[in-house]
Structure formats: C-alpha cells, structure tokens
Design a binder for this molecule. Structure first.
Ligand code: MN
Length: 401
C-alpha cells in the first residue's frame, strides 16, 4: 500500500498509521487532522469539500464527538482516508488540504473524561518495591490477580510541550514532615488507551468488548514527585505526588493501526479469574524511548507488560463503573528486565544510589530545573513499516514555593 504523499523512511506516519490529532494554523480555530508523512491532512476542510463523510466531527477542537461515533464510523473513515491518500486520481483534490506539520500548533487531542493509571509492568512493580519497601515481598499479594490502578486527575492532563512547574509538597524529614519543592521529580513512560464509546452504569465491559469501546492509544508521561509520593501513598495510594501534571502525545494511534503489533503477552500464572481472561493476544510490540536533554537513557519494551489493555478495561468496569467518551487509561510505567529498559528515573538511578551519567558528563538522580524529557514510541507495523506514536515532551520549570 503506497501513498502519493512523500513519507520519509522511518517516519512512522505512513498510510498504515493515520493517527488523529487536533491542530490549528495561526489565526484559525483548532480542527481534527490526520498525520501523514511530514504533513497533517485537514479533515474539516476535506469534509467541506465533500470528500469525507462528516456529522460535525471534524470542525471541532477535540476528537470526542468523532470518538463517540463508534467502530463502524472509525473504520469507514479510515477506509475512506486510505483510498484518498493512495489513489493517484484523488491527489489533485486532496493535496490542497495537506498542511506542513511545521506550520501548525498541536493541541490536547481529546477532552479527558476520567483518568486511570495502572501498574501493569511486573519489572517496574518489582523494582519500585525493592526501593520503597526493602526486604518485603516484591509483589503485593493482589498483584498477580488484578491489574492494580488508581484514579488520577483528568483536569491536569496536558498536551505534549506544556512546561511542568516543579511541584511543592510534604515529604518525610528526620524530625517530621518538611515542606518545599520536590527533590525527586521523576517521569513515567507509559502507553495509554482512550475510550470512544461510553458504557452504561451497572454494565461491565468484557475483554471481548475492547474493540467496540476503545478508539486508540497515546503516549503518556506520568510525572511523579517520589518524595511526596513516598510520604503520602499509604494507605490510599498516590495523590499529590502525581496529580500536578500528566502529559500526553498529540496523536491518537487508532486500534486498527496496531493489528500487526499484537503479540502474545507474558504467560499469566496463576490464571486470572474468568472476567480477566482474554481470547485474543493483546500484548503489543511497541518500543518506547526516553530522552533526557537529548540523550537516550532508556528503551522500555511494551510487549512484556503483564496485564493487557483489554484486561485493564474489563477490570476497571467489572464493578459496573460506566465508561465515558474521553476516558484515558494508562498502562503504568513500562519497564523491561534490562538496565536500560526501565521507564522511570527512580529505577534507572536506583533512587539516587547510582545516578545516570549522561554523555555530556552531567549526572542525574532525578530531574533538575530546565531539564527536558522526550518520550517516543514505535510499534511493529505491517510488512516492517513502523507505526509511530510521535512524541510527548516537557521541560521542568522552577518551583513557585
Ligand atoms: Mn504511572
């Protein structure tokens, strides 16, 4: 499958991907577009020109209305865009609606409804447990039986590029709590899925219902203040140590673009309860990459995640909690077994015991003011064509306390 749009080698935005986002040109209102090569296709203009079916989905500053339209509409739109971008006969009509990515501002792609963050990497859970609870059992007794998660703060989910003000809070001191800027600002490299079709209160969504409800995937950076988190997290879980900001990538990769990336997840022993069983393999061959100030410090492998996205969705709704369009559910920090596969600084630098040494000689246990973090990811696509997630970036600003 070839598109007439120039796509540089390894771009990740080939016609096999077609990720959705919200963009604007100077002086214009945000609208929905699809990334292709180094351009974005303006779906609002395309529909005005009569080239794309639209129920006011695309002249919108958020993907929510399109996402709520359901799987048949998502597939029909994807099929139509594929025809328009591969058929040479459409080139003259479609080309005027392509805009260079360099000319646009990218926005938060969807209005976030509820935000849930899981804890589904066994390597991450084990590494963090050794640091937070030395000598204790590495996994809590429930870990192998359910995908542990917490409800986060949807109102502070921000688009890639948003500066992150170093948070202030309480941490444990030698003589009681200390208040001040966090001394342990960290990142968590994650992959999240976005709900399109809502569900009814009281009706669980099964693992088999995943494709009917979930629109696509984004990259997530779950910024974390480890000293605040360590002091506050027992017994109700993370609160202010994580709620100050969560960054997401501007492009939502459709579930349909990740079919070739699906793979068998790790074997689950003991076998989960029936509501968590999944007939289809939903591991995903995605490799993340974390850059700190331009230096690659880790390449976490997503395929090793113990709990899969359909299991997370089924667990989050098994009590009857309803889904809303725009719900964001993130995987939890993605960490692999290798030293350079860890998805957070607390793991990469062993909580300051072995700080990272960057190629420029700088040492980092945790983030310093002015540091920039960039997370990217690529999935295995059809015929070796990469499916790119773009990136999610953020720069740390000094605390205000
Ligand atoms: Mn997290």
């Amino acid at each position: 499958m070839e598109t007439w749009v120039p796509v540089p080698d390894g771009s990740g935005f080939g016609v096999q991907n077609l990720p959705y986002g919200v963009f604007s040109r100077r002086g214009e209102l945000p609208r929905v577009g699809v990334a292709i090569g180094e351009r974005v296709l303006d779906l609002a203009e395309l529909s005005t020109a009569g080239l794309l079916a639209d129920r006011r989905w695309f002249a919108s500053g958020a993907l929510n209305s399109f996402m709520s339209a359901g799987r048949a509409v998502w597939q029909a739109t994807r099929d139509r865009l594929t025809v328009l971008l591969t058929g040479a006969a459409y080139r003259d009509q479609v080309e005027p609606h392509l805009v260079s990515l360099g000319e646009v501002e990218l926005h938060l792609p969807f209005a976030v409804a509820d935000y849930v963050d899981f804890y589904s990497s066994r390597d991450h859970a084990t590494n963090v447990s050794r640091i937070f609870r030395p000598g204790a059992e590495p996994l809590p007794p429930n870990w192998l039986h359910l995908p542990i998660g917490y409800h986060g703060r949807s109102g502070t989910v921000v688009p890639s590029g948003t500066p992150i003000v170093r948070p202030c809070g309480q941490r444990r001191g030698d003589d009681g709590p200390v208040f001040g800027p966090t001394a342990k600002l960290d990142v968590e490299a994650e992959v999240g899925f976005v709900v399109g079709v809502p569900s009814a209160l009281g009706r669980p969504v099964s693992t088999a219902g995943f494709r009917d409800h979930v629109f696509g995937f984004v990259l997530v950076n779950d910024w974390s203040a480890r000293d605040v988190q360590a002091w506050e997290y027992q017994p109700l879980g993370p609160f202010l140590g994580k709620s100050f900001a969560t960054s997401v990538s501007p492009w939502v990769v459709p579930v349909a673009a990740l079919e070739s990336a699906r793979t068998a997840p790790p074997a689950q022993v003991p076998e989960p309860l029936p509501y968590l069983r999944c007939d289809e393999p939903w591991g995903l061959e995605i490799t993340l990459q974390i850059e700190l100030n331009g230096h690659v410090v880790s390449r976490p492998p997503f395929a090793g995640m113990y709990w899969t996205a359909p299991q997370q969705l089924a667990h989050a709704t098994v009590n009857g909690a309803a889904l809303r369009t725009g719900d964001l559910m993130a995987s939890g920090t993605v960490s692999g077994p290798g030293r350079h596969e860890r998805g957070s600084l607390i793991e990469l630098g062993s909580d300051g015991q072995e700080p990272l040494v960057l190629p420029d000689g700088e040492r980092r246990a945790y983030l310093e003011d002015g540091d920039t973090v960039r997370i990217q990811a690529t999935a295995a696509g059809p015929d070796g064509v990469p499916i790119g997630f773009g990136d999610v970036t953020g720069t740390v600003l000094p605390a205000l306390c």
